[in-house]
Design a binder for this molecule. Structure first.
Ligand code: ATP
Ligand code: MG
Length: 237
């Protein structure tokens, strides 16, 4: 259950490797806000060998973005199957929208009709060198999207997920050359979203900077409480 007084509909923006996945899990744990990661959804489609998975696999390998209409349809169907399109539901989006076209489609055709527009747009700012170092040391558990870092946050058992014990893997698109391509795509297509949201909902924007997720999270936590209020645990009688 959400521990917030008012529903938070959050978008996490930030370059690849800026720790969106880590902040997502911490916000879920701290406030009970569930999230959708577009990248995790696509990696699951690839694992399950679906039609979309086949398309995605080729594009992701090159560090390019999927077409806006396909991506928007994937997210729309996920939002509705989880019954999140309601003005009282809190949720978080990681990795979508990633272009202005996606942001307009999301706002006009999906969220506005449900009176569930985004009300908290978070921009994560992490130095470039830190990001590059992080990617070189990143491992993921594909089914859950849990992320590990060999330096900061290693798994308890080498190469195995802490919760399920299943094997961890490297993301093929973390290869240095592909990664550079993803950083470029971010700068070109996604960074302009900050201005886009500035125009449509300036007060929802919040920028937070830091070298590690441990430095960023407390700032995010404080801002969440300031904006959405915290439910005090009810006493059981
Ligand atoms: P990180 O997970 O390190 O923060 P990231 O945000 O670049 O990095 P993912 O969100 O996992 O990575 O996405 C991986 C790939 O999936 C992208 O490079 C892209 O090819 C595809 N993808 C994910 N979300 C979208 C989207 N909204 N639009 C188009 N393509 C997407
Ligand atoms: Mg991610």
């Amino acid at each position: 259950m959400s521990k917030l007084l008012r529903p938070a509909r959050v978008l996490l923006l930030g370059p690849p490797g800026s720790g969106k996945g880590t902040q997502t899990s911490r916000l879920l744990k701290r406030f009970g806000i569930p999230g959708i990661s577009s990248g995790d959804l696509l990696r699951q489609q690839i694992e399950n060998k679906t039609e979309i998975g086949r398309t995605a696999s080729a594009i992701i390998k090159e560090g390019k973005l999927l077409p806006d209409d396909i991506m928007t349809a994937v997210i729309a169907s996920e939002l509705s199957s989880r019954s999140w399109l309601s003005p009282t539901q809190s949720f978080l989006l990681d990795g979508f929208p990633r272009t202005e076209a996606q942001a307009s489609l999301l706002d006009n055709s999906i969220l506005s009709p449900a009176s569930a527009q985004l009300n908290f747009i978070v921009e994560l700012k992490v130095p470039h060198e830190v990001i590059l170092d992080r990617i070189a040391n990143r491992l993921v558990h594909v089914p859950s999207g849990r992320v590990y870092n060999l330096t900061y946050n290693p798994p308890k058992v080498d190469g195995k997920d802490d919760v399920t014990g299943e094997p961890l893997s490297r993301r093929p698109d973390d290869d240095p050359e592909i990664f550079r391509q993803r950083l470029d795509e971010y700068a070109k297509l996604t960074e302009p979203l900050v201005d886009f949201y500035k125009k449509i909902n300036d007060s929802a924007l919040f920028s937070v900077a830091g070298e590690t997720s441990d430095i960023i999270f407390p700032q995010l936590e404080k801002e969440m409480i300031r904006r959405f209020g915290e439910r005090i645990a009810e006493t059981i009688v």
